[in-house]
Design a protein around this ligand. Structure first.
Ligand SMILES: Nc1ncnc2c1ncn2[C@@H]1O[C@H](COP(=O)(O)OP(=O)(O)OP(=O)(O)O)[C@@H](O)[C@H]1O
Length: 126
């Protein structure tokens, strides 16, 4: 079945839609802005503390995981707001579960960051 969007489908290259999605998510989601600032700070710390290539790979995967989960959470929130804008306990639960996935990814990133950075910071200051 074709929908109204089919007429606009070929006006942009595939990744342009994705870049637009990232921009829109950043505009509308405060948490995503905070996570991006934290990602920049972590990257600067990685440069200053001379982390190894393997540590860079782990940090980059972790940052990608958190940002991707937050963007997916934003998409789920938007779908739910579109389909059911009124108060609904099932909608609330779906959003809570989606936020839970971000929370798990964020906790993982804190643990990974601590394992990589804390010993280096400790050596720097003590
Ligand atoms: N339509 C709704 N019905 C019931 N509860 C809702 C509804 N919309 C949101 N909630 C509750 O409010 C919480 C926050 O939802 P909201 O859509 O405001 O996301 P947000 O402020 O961007 O939060 P997040 O930090 O998870 O991104 C949800 O996790 C849910 O518990």
């Amino acid at each position: 079945m074709s929908s109204d969007y089919q007429g606009n489908k070929n006006k942009r290259v595939g990744f342009e839609h994705a870049i637009n999605g990232v921009k829109e998510a950043i505009k509308s989601e405060r948490n995503l802005k905070i996570q991006m600032v934290i990602s920049v700070i972590v990257t600067i710390m990685g440069i200053i503390l001379h982390i190894t290539p393997v540590e860079w790979a782990i940090i980059i995967i972790t940052i990608g995981l958190v940002l991707s989960f937050e963007i997916m959470n934003t998409a789920i929130e938007k779908v739910m707001d579109y389909l059911a804008p009124e108060f609904n306990s099932s909608v609330g639960l779906i959003k809570d579960i989606s936020a839970g996935a971000v929370f798990i990814a964020a906790c993982t990133s804190v643990i990974v960051g601590s394992i990589i950075f804390l010993p280096k910071l400790f050596r720097l200051f003590f």
